[in-house]
Ligand binder design. Structure first.
Ligand code: PEP
Length: 272
């Protein structure tokens, strides 16, 4: 059975209640085809509002991060139980902005992954190398270590219940997209690791998204690669909602034909 296509929007720190409502309306009005799974990840404070607007649609809700701890004196943190309580089905873990700016090490990401699964949230585990690591030929080593840290803590079967996102750090928010061959090579490498761990039947079912400056005009080609099962869309995902959101995003994220770009990426994917 072919893997169901999966497009997620990471809204990062953008939006307002009014802007989000208009954007969600645009997304659910476009994404009506259940051949593609769509998830939006707004900032924590907007999650419950977003869930109320999405709950009877085909679009699911995800968070951008989760605390590794279950409960307690962790000021400013949000637990997996809380995310579940406000309607999340997914959460990103290990996004490169968390790794580079907020100290999320491989070990901490692994704990967050376990915390998410303990509350039946599906982790979208982000992995990817820095430019210097790619140029030094270390992409596979870096990505392998990021996956291994999760497997060591969570057990070999855990990745089967997750979504993976290969996001080369040098392509995130920069307007530089990996070539289709670079994306396919990295995805094929990740899948080959999964084959070794789980065997072919299980590895074939795991969805691996590509993330890094995906837009409607490059989505189709990326998504046509055999091991690229979807897109994690950052800067472009709130575009085409209210003008205020679009205006604050970097110029590299814009597209002359913007309607709602995340929805357009999902639709492009369906025809890939
Ligand atoms: C991301 O934040 O996960 C991402 C891929 O960002 P962008 O699409 O802006 O590169």
């Amino acid at each position: 059975m072919p893997r169901k296509k999966f497009v997620a929007g990471n809204w990062k720190m953008h939006g307002s209640r009014a802007e989000n409502a208009a954007l969600i309306e645009a997304i659910i009005g476009t994404v009506t085809d259940d051949r593609v799974s769509c998830v939006i990840c707004p900032p924590f404070v907007y999650l419950h509002d977003a869930w109320r607007l999405l709950r009877s649609s085909a679009v699911a809700l995800g968070a951008q991060d989760v605390c590794a701890e279950a409960i307690g004196a962790y000021t400013g943190e949000v637990s997996a139980a809380m995310l579940q309580d406000v309607g999340c089905r997914y959460t990103l873990v290990g996004h490169s902005e968390r790794r580079s700016m907020y100290g999320d090490t491989n070990a901490l990401v692994a704990r967050k992954f376990v915390a998410a699964q303990s509350r039946a949230l599906i982790p979208i585990l982000c992995v990817g190398e820095q430019l210097a690591e790619r140029e030094a030929g270390h992409t596979q080593e870096v990505v392998g270590a990021q996956l291994d840290a999760v497997l060591q803590l969570s057990g070999v079967h855990s990745l089967g219940g997750a979504v993976l996102a290969y996001e080369p750090v040098w392509a995130i928010g920069t307007g530089k997209t990996a070539t289709t061959q670079q994306a396919q090579d990295a995805h094929a490498f990740i899948r080959s690791l999964l084959v070794k761990i789980f065997g072919e039947a299980v590895a074939k079912k795991v969805r691996i998204q590509y993330g890094g400056s995906v837009k409607p005009n490059n989505a189709k080609e990326l998504m046509s690669q055999p091991d690229v099962d979807g897109a994690l869309v950052g800067g472009a995902s709130p575009i085409g909602g209210p003008a205020g959101v679009s205006a604050r995003l970097p110029a590299s994220a814009h597209d002359a034909n913007a309607t709602n770009q995340m929805s357009r990426i999902a639709v492009e994917y369906l025809t890939a």
